[in-house]
Design a protein around this ligand. Structure first.
Ligand SMILES: Nc1ncnc2c1ncn2[C@@H]1O[C@H](COP(=O)(O)OP(=O)(O)OP(=O)(O)O)[C@@H](O)[C@H]1O
Ligand SMILES: [Mg+2]
Length: 234
């Protein structure tokens, strides 16, 4: 991206987008709400932390804006610095107080593929696996890899959200997603091109979150109990 182009985009962000944008995070477990997006900016996607938009005159870049009160922008910037250049990841070309200008990744999230009944070939899963291994080689910890954070473009897999890759605690989302892919999706959904409504996908997402929360709590209690037993034996 040349310097002049980036300068114009930055001007547009600071003069048109930021003074008028109305963004809110109502529930930390649900996507942020974009209450007002000034013309001619267009919405690309929403996560639980941020909204992602683009300007039609700069179609190869997106602007990720964190909702007020949602932390993580500095960490995400740091992750992009460590990742450098890799075909499965975006790159950060500008960062400023809660916003990142990222290279736009084209394609469709695996979540939306499920909704539209678009086939996800195994190569996409393998590409994502190798991109996550690359991140580990860069000293990062792939985290929060769910269906809206991975994309497919021309049959290849992409990782669209790296914001939690500095978190060292274990995250099993990608492992579970892969299990569901090979055990359920490939034999049933793939050949039949099954379309799943967003309400069902959301129910699955919320149920998964509740189960993993409960599982984490149970593990903590078990750990505490075994520590007590060890202490009492000493
Ligand atoms: N570089 C990009 N190119 C194209 N689309 C993108 C890009 N980054 C994000 N998006 C889109 O915006 C959506 C939200 O972005 P992102 O996942 O980074 O937000 P988040 O709030 O950090 O998400 P989460 O809830 O997973 O923490 C993504 O699901 C994707 O559809
Ligand atoms: Mg996300």
């Amino acid at each position: 991206m040349d310097k002049l182009h980036l300068k114009d985009l930055r001007k547009s962000i600071h003069q048109e987008l930021l003074p008028n944008l109305k963004l809110e995070s109502v529930d930390p477990h649900e996507p942020v709400l974009v209450l007002y997006l000034p013309e001619p900016w267009k919405l690309v996607g929403r996560g639980n932390y941020a909204a992602v938009v683009y300007h039609p005159e700069y179609p190869e870049e997106v602007v990720k804006i964190y909702a007020p009160g949602r932390a993580g922008f500095e960490e995400e910037w740091e992750v992009y610095k460590r990742l450098g250049s890799h075909p499965a990841y975006s790159q950060c070309v500008y960062a400023h107080e809660g916003l990142l200008v990222l290279k736009r990744l084209h394609g469709i999230t695996l979540y939306d593929c499920m909704h539209h009944g678009i086939r996800i070939p195994p190569r996409v899963i393998r590409d994502i696996d190798s991109a996550l291994n690359y991140a580990r080689d860069c000293g990062l910890f792939p985290h929060d890899i769910h269906g809206r954070n991975v994309m497919m473009h021309r049959g290849r897999g992409l990782v669209v959200d790296v914001s939690d890759f500095l978190h060292m605690d274990k995250c099993h989302k990608w492992k579970h997603l892969k299990q569901a892919y090979y055990c359920l999706y490939l034999p049933i959904f793939y050949p039949l091109k099954v379309q799943v409504s967003y309400s069902i996908l959301n129910k699955v997402r919320r149920t998964y979150r509740r189960i993993s929360h409960w599982q984490r709590k149970k593990n903590m209690i078990c750990e505490r109990q075994s520590n007590c037993i060890t202490e009492s034996i000493k």
